[in-house]
Ligand binder design. Sequence first.
Ligand code: ADP
Ligand code: MG
Length: 253
Amino acid sequence: MAALLEVGGLTVRFGGVAALSGIDLAVREGELLGVIGPNGAGKSTLFDCLTRRCGPQEGSMRLAGEDLTRLPAHLVADRGIARTFQNTALFPGLSVRENVMTGAHRHGRAGFWAAALGRATAEERRLRAGADALLDRFGLADYADHPAGGLPYGLTKWAEIARALASEPRLLLLDEPASGLAPGEVPALAHLISQIHRERGVTIIVVEHHMDFVLALCRRIVCLERGRKIADGPAGAVRQDPAVTAACMGVIR
Ligand code: ADP
Ligand code: MG
């Protein structure tokens, strides 16, 4: 199958530090790819670059054949890339439903912000219904009207994924969705992501330190270390690769 995402020679530097060095990566449409690696390996920078929050200084990125390399961030979102953040980034003062609705803004000029200004429209009602369906799906319906700032930490991770999905992305980037969760919450999150992937056919790249979580979800894993790709292949083989074990010692659980 053709690659949805094609990255070639991607290089991102911060001053003298190369956060990513010559990364080549192809992700098939509908794939669920795991990315692992120690702290500072460049995993979040890869997501920052794909969403054009930074660089690259060199290399190229294409989504469904379209060059994203110089596109401004808001247009990348428009092309169908959505993400969550390692440290969750909900609007604390908005309700959980409103947060999810902000994710859908790429689907209409009126959308969320018109609604926030008091111009409720049929469009706003549609966005609201879509948000409520997602909240239901994520077991967050009871929290729809609560300020996101008051959510228990575990639920903020779920709400962030719901917000990202509200944009109906083609490519969903999840940055450490299981970090900070209680051990008992991790399998449920893996199950939910797996179901969403199956039901929607959305292509997903997930960065995670929980090896059990990655193995439960992903057939293919990429390992980064100091900005370079040191492994890329079937999950079982990458897990047992001595270079991966050495790089991730003490980090991957
Ligand atoms: P990971 O997510 O794998 O832990 P990051 O992508 O966050 O790693 O970081 C990779 C490297 O790039 C680290 O050395 C980090 O300090 C550096 N880095 C990331 N973002 C910035 C930034 N905005 N400014 C300067 N250095 C950065
Ligand atoms: Mg990171």
